[in-house]
Design a protein around this ligand. Structure first.
Ligand SMILES: *Cc1c(COP(=O)(O)O)cnc(C)c1O
Length: 386
């Protein structure tokens, strides 16, 4: 039988890039907790570039290699959290540089960026991902250095067209970075669509078991920003520990089945509750009624993610009642784990938040979808205000 030219992404993930330990033949890679690596009689390192674990550790290098392959990038770097990765890429910019980012996206990034841009005397313009024309207006020729896109965007799931964003960014001399945490490389590979960098909170789907906090940046090519990102991680040392990297590597092996299952259940749930009388709206890019469904269909191949939101009739009080009565869904923050979570974002984000007060974000896990549907039905049934 002839081998395919390159292996499918599901194969790369399942085998952790064919992870056979050369020392023992083990099909699971070992964990390397060592901080330092010995030299031989000629004072040569056993493996070039593996010297000290602030930057070179075989365990996190392995996870980085797998993620770079899954995203089709030339290199990936892991960080101690998603936010550490976000901070690292923006810290490569200089005073008076300009940043463009979506007005609706993961709240932690909005919150940090505002503070950072102000303190570092950088320009920051938000575009509205529900109004595609606002992106072009936000970008400043030869001044904007990074255009940041999150698609689908937390927690209202607007879609940004990555191809269009890449063209606009490049025309202005800026780089495009895409937060691909929600879609994952299973459904979207931003680098193939013209992006320069991909970011993930690996605490979410990549690890997938709600037991590791980690971040990762992937680059398409070696370029000035990437050199600065590497310098920063090497010297400032915001690395992931080897045990966490090993857990992440283990989580990645089931990425494809987990993400496909979650997205399939999410679509079923979205269709079931789309017209529910207790709901004002249901937000999910997989529904034909979603304003950017066509773009989503084009750039998310095989599914629309496991994330959706419901707007409950009757305001914050009724949304919180649903959270209170849920028995299967767990009321907690975060997303992308095996267990389904439900979250009232407004309570978590606080007064600065733009999120509707009656919105509940749902992260669909791997449970029996009929249990999830029945749970939401009974919780909505018990809402007294309307
Ligand atoms: C969680 C998350 C982050 C932040 O990552 P941490 O690992 O929590 O630091 C950034 N972007 C998105 C879309 C996220 O969901």
């Amino acid at each position: 039988m002839k081998m395919r030219k390159s292996l499918g992404n599901a194969t790369v993930a399942a085998q952790a890039s064919h992870a056979i330990d050369p020392a023992s033949g083990a099909v699971v890679p070992p964990i390397h907790p060592a901080t330092t690596f010995a030299r031989d009689k000629n004072y040569k390192l056993t493996q070039e570039k593996i010297q000290y674990s602030r930057d070179d550790n075989p365990t996190f290098a392995h996870a980085e290699k797998v993620i770079a392959q899954l995203e089709g990038g030339s290199e990936a770097l892991l960080f101690s959290s998603g936010m550490a990765g976000v901070a690292t890429i923006f810290r490569t910019l200089n005073e008076k540089d300009h940043i463009v980012a979506p007005s609706k996206m993961y709240f932690g990034v909005v919150h940090w960026l505002k503070h950072f841009a102000c303190k570092s005397k950088m320009g920051l313009t938000f575009y509205d991902p529900a109004k595609p024309e606002s992106l072009e207006r936000a970008i400043q020729k030869n001044k904007t250095k990074i255009v940041w896109v999150e698609t689908p965007a937390n927690p209202t799931w607007e879609i940004t067209d990555i191809r269009v964003a890449a063209e606009l960014a490049h025309d202005a001399g800026a780089a495009l970075a895409v937060d691909n945490t929600v879609s994952t490389p299973v459904f979207t590979r931003p680098l193939d669509l013209g992006a320069d960098f991909v970011f993930h909170s690996a605490s979410k789907y990549l690890n997938g078991h709600s037991d590791v906090v980690a971040g990762v940046l992937v680059t398409k090519d070696q370029n000035e920003i990437w050199e600065a990102v590497k310098w920063e991680r090497h010297n400032a040392g915001s690395i992931l520990g080897p045990f966490e990297a090993w857990l992440l590597l283990r989580g990645l092996r089931t990425l494809f089945v987990r993400v496909h299952h979650s997205a399939k259940s999410a679509l079923q749930i979205a269709k079931h509750f789309e017209k529910h009388p207790k709901l004002e709206r249901l937000l999910y890019p997989g529904l034909e009624a979603h304003p950017a469904h066509d773009i989503a269909k084009r750039q998310m191949t095989g599914g629309f993610s496991g994330m959706l939101s419901i707007l409950v009739n009757g305001g914050a009080k009724s949304a919180l009642e649903v959270a209170k009565h849920a028995e299967v869904f767990i009321p907690a923050t975060s997303l992308g784990g095996v267990e389904s979570l439900l979250e009232h974002r407004k309570s978590v984000e606080g007064p600065e938040s733009q999120v509707p007060e009656n919105l509940l974000r749902l992260s669909i896990g791997l449970e029996d979808v009929n249990d999830l549907i029945a749970d939401l039905e009974q919780a909505l049934e018990r809402v007294t205000v309307s």
